[in-house]
Design a protein around this ligand. Structure first.
Ligand code: CUA
Length: 162
């Protein structure tokens, strides 16, 4: 007799848990961290954000910026400047909101802007995104914090907040 009570209790709990998860997932749009946009690592240019002309820094609204870049062994590709030179320095005014969108063509890389809260893992086949407010002025070094091969330490760039 007690078994029946416990069985009912168990089933009821299960139903409640499932309802809670379903509610969170479908109603509130809660997803695990792994629920990020996918991309073909062999053809990142097919993605609007990673077309060569869309790489690097752009102001999308007043005080709002987007930085698109492609990581690969052993480089961060922020596109090129007016002289055709590879961009290695991003400059944004203090207090601006910056959305970083990063992907990788080959292996797992890191994208950490040392001294800020920007620290992402960049995985092939996925788009990593992080938006932050640049509260402090200064020069912040971008480093790869996932070991990616012999040139791992060469992956670097500068984010300057002025
Ligand atoms: Cu890229 Cu370490």
């Amino acid at each position: 007799k007690y078994e029946k009570i416990w069985l009912t209790f168990g089933m009821a709990s299960l139903v409640i848990f499932l309802l809670v998860i379903g509610f969170a997932a479908f109603w509130k749009g809660t997803h695990p961290q792994s629920h990020i946009e996918t991309i073909d690592p062999q053809n990142v240019e097919a993605h609007e954000a990673f077309k060569p002309e869309n790489l690097g820094l752009r102001e999308v609204a007043d005080g709002k910026y987007t930085v698109n870049l492609v990581a690969s062994a052993f480089n961060y590709d922020f596109g090129t400047d007016a002289d055709g030179k590879a961009v290695k320095r991003i400059r944004v005014p203090k207090g601006s909101t910056v959305l970083f969108q990063v992907t990788t063509k080959d292996v797992v890389h890191g994208f950490q802007v040392a001294g800020t809260n920007v620290n992402m893992m960049v995985e092939p086949g996925h788009v990593s995104r992080l938006e932050t407010v640049m509260k402090n002025a200064g020069e912040f070094t971008v480093v790869c914090n996932e070991y990616c091969g012999v040139g791992h330490h060469q992956m670097f760039a500068i984010v300057e907040v002025y």
